[in-house]
Design a protein around this ligand. Structure first.
Ligand SMILES: Nc1ncnc2c1ncn2[C@@H]1O[C@H](COP(=O)(O)OP(=O)(O)OP(=O)(O)O)[C@@H](O)[C@H]1O
Ligand SMILES: [Mg+2]
Length: 257
């Protein structure tokens, strides 16, 4: 498969009065088109900083990111991504509390100036896909954590971006809802393929979801290892191969995940 994102020698250092903090150290990584890539790393290692840079919400200290839009006659069309062009599911819901579910989901299309009828139609489609068709006119405060994150996922999909960045989207959910959401996100991805970068600190979640898992070290984050689970989907958490891979990854992590 063709490359969709090419990250080369990415570094990020925050400079503050109290001193410098190096958070990303020479991250190089290629992401394939329509791949479900998982970034697995311990708490505070720099996962959100990396995703924010990929989304154009922050800038790297050095290094480059190329987004490959297409490939014509063997020549790649490399695109500049502007802020807001990539769909992102945030670690902390980040919904507008004064807007309804459907208004939240259609936000990026509204900002692009797409007319109301068209963006409503598209928003309804994604709201249905995440199973919230009866909650279009509800406000975020009326929803459970899992439902709020479904809105976040529908909003990212509705941005029509072919790249979706998901920052520990299920981190705040209870274990049962977390398993269920994992299954659902894979179902959505199969129906409507996009290139997904999914961040987690949970080894099981990484193995359940990922076409490929990139293990990051503790802060500053570096690419420590890569794993490709050779397991049929839906993956069985109790299968021997699943448990073996889980142990292999756990033995290679810097800190308790
Ligand atoms: N704007 C900033 N200025 C200074 N330091 C920052 C800034 N943003 C993040 N950091 C530091 O970068 C490090 C990594 O933060 P980041 O939020 O990326 O971690 P994370 O891996 O997403 O953690 P978690 O799993 O808890 O979400 C932390 O030490 C944090 O304090
Ligand atoms: Mg984070």
């Amino acid at each position: 498969m063709a490359d969709k994102i090419r990250i080369k020698n990415l570094c990020k250092t925050f400079v503050e009065k109290s001193g410098e903090t190096k958070v990303l150290d020479n991250i190089s990584l290629d992401v394939k088109e329509n791949e479900f890539l998982v970034l697995l790393g311990p708490g505070q290692c720099g996962k959100t900083v990396l995703l924010n840079i990929l989304a154009g919400l922050d800038t790297p200290t050095s290094g480059t990111i190329n987004y490959i839009k297409g490939n014509e006659n063997g020549k790649e069309d490399i695109k500049e991504m502007k802020m807001g062009e990539i769909g992102m599911v945030f670690q902390k819901y980040a919904l507008f509390p004064w807007k309804t579910v459907i208004e939240n989901v259609e936000m990026s299309q509204k900002l692009k100036g797409i007319d109301k009828e068209q963006r409503r139609k598209s928003a309804r489609n994604y709201i249905k896909l995440v199973g919230l068709e009866n909650f279009e006119d509800s406000y975020p405060k009326q929803l459970s954590g899992g439902m709020k994150q479904r809105v976040g996922i529908a909003r990212a999909y509705a941005s029509e971006s072919d790249i979706l960045l998901m920052d520990e989207p299920f981190g705040a959910l209870d274990a049962q809802t977390r398993y269920q959401m994992g299954e659902e996100i894979l179902k959505m991805w199969r129906k409507d393929k996009r290139t997904v970068i999914f961040v987690t600190n949970n080894i099981e979640e990484a193995i359940y979801l990922g076409d490929r898992i990139i293990l990051l070290s503790g802060c500053p984050a570096t690419v420590k290892a890569e794993y490709i689970p050779k397991l049929e989907r839906p993956r069985d958490y109790m299968a021997l191969e699943f448990l073996q891979l889980r142990k292999e990854i756990a033995d290679n992590t810097d800190l308790a995940l």
